[in-house]
Design a protein around this ligand. Structure first.
Ligand SMILES: [Zn+2]
Ligand SMILES: [Zn+2]
Length: 395
């Protein structure tokens, strides 16, 4: 058995390649079925006990916070990939259960078409939209579609969206903003924020009380580390929280306590069809970004030291608690792009960074003029977003 010493404890590795060693055992929980999975720090389990455990974990995180009330309208963000498929399937399971266990809510699903970012032909885009349509059918929820390039935030039923085309000027506008001189880090940060704003706006348009997104433990570890490096430490509390209250509609992350091994087994045992891994992804587009470097680092930890991921995530959660108390005092209002609070006092690190930027911008006069021409009011942006708009072309 492959094992690894972490935190002074001998930990069984729960990666797929280790599983066959447990397969002859009988599940100790039900004493009936054969073991199908061994998760770290847990007894080996059969498929049914595993699914009951993961679903319970999901229900418990939703239930214990009591944030989502009975009858709430929720917008579930779906991208066709494994994590959002798990979220949607868990909600479907809870929704179609008997009256006692049923989750009472009004579900809407949103697909954000990001084909405008990639050089997809109409045929490739249509083929992807059709594939998503087939995948969505399985869940039976009311679904909607919108484009990442659509600044008017038009939202159509998914079937209508499939027939519509993204307007050329909107695609060109988005591509121009992320031109060749814009760093991959700023482009990535810009797109992530645009995406979040679309989620909030569509949720608001559909009168949803909450939006549900599908980040898991390792995603939040990546977001936590990345946003610290991007100077977004002051708002990292919201970035990894169960409920992100920025903007007009709160965003809930109901599966943030799941890890990638649980996601993979949930997909496997339920035989859920998802978009192929080789399908184009945002991470490939902004290869040279800080976000991608952090992602590679966390992915490597996931392979070699999986317990470290939850240590980073839990540490982030604890630090966030402290940050909320001391630094998230919002005296300067909220950032008009990411809706984070703008603290009245800048940290010494940010002051030093701003000074350094000021000096380098004055060295390059052209660059400085370019910054001044912008239409974005910098005083209403947080430090992280100021950095995006210094880079992304807004003229
Ligand atoms: Zn069992
Ligand atoms: Zn901001």
């Amino acid at each position: 058995m492959c094992s690894n010493v972490e935190d002074g404890t001998l930990v069984s590795m729960s990666r797929a390649e280790d599983e066959p060693l447990y397969l002859d055992e009988i599940c100790k929980k039900c004493n009936e079925s054969k073991v199908a999975v061994k998760l770290k720090f847990k007894e080996a389990q059969c498929e049914n006990c595993f699914l009951a455990y993961v679903r319970h974990k999901f229900r418990a995180s939703l239930g214990s916070t009591k944030i989502v009330g009975r009858g709430a309208t929720i917008l579930i963000v779906y991208d066709g990939r494994r994590k959002s498929s798990v979220l949607l399937d868990m909600l479907r399971f809870a929704f179609f259960q008997d009256a006692y266990k049923k989750l009472h809510f009004e579900p809407h699903v949103l697909y954000i078409d990001d084909s405008a970012l990639f050089n997809l032909t109409d045929e490739q885009r249509n083929s992807r939209l059709q594939r998503i349509d087939v995948l969505l059918e399985r869940f039976g929820f009311k679904s909607y579609g919108t484009s990442i390039a659509d600044t008017s935030h038009r939202v159509l039923s998914y079937k209508e969206y499939m027939k519509s085309s993204v307007q050329n000027d909107q695609v060109n506008d988005l591509r121009a903003k992320l031109g060749p001189t814009v760093s991959h880090t700023s482009s990535n940060d810009y797109i992530q924020n645009i995406r979040t704003n679309i989620i909030r706006n569509v949720a608001s348009h559909l009168n949803a009380n909450f939006a549900f997104t599908s980040e898991i433990e390792s995603d939040l570890a990546k977001i936590f580390l990345t946003n610290i490096t991007l100077g977004r430490g002051g708002s990292v509390c919201q970035d990894i929280a169960f409920c992100d209250t920025r903007g007009n509609v709160p965003i809930i992350r109901p599966i943030r306590n799941l890890d990638i091994v649980e996601v993979e087994h949930y997909i496997k045992f339920n035989k859920i069809d998802c978009l192929d891994d080789e399908d184009v992804q945002l991470d490939d587009l902004f290869e040279k970004s800080l976000q991608n470097v952090t992602k590679s680092f966390v992915d490597e930890l996931q392979s070699n030291f999986p317990s470290t991921i939850s240590t980073i995530f839990r540490t982030g959660d604890k630090i966030s608690g402290i940050t909320v108390d001391k630094n998230c005092i919002v005296d300067e209002g909220n950032c008009t792009f990411c809706w984070s609070g703008i603290p009245s006092q800048k940290s010494e690190t940010i002051q030093a960074l701003e000074y350094s930027r000021f000096v380098s911008e004055n060295v390059s006069a052209n660059r400085s003029n370019f910054v001044r021409e912008r239409s974005v009011d910098e005083s209403k942006l947080c430090y992280g977003c100021k950095n995006i708009f210094k880079d992304v072309s807004m003229t």
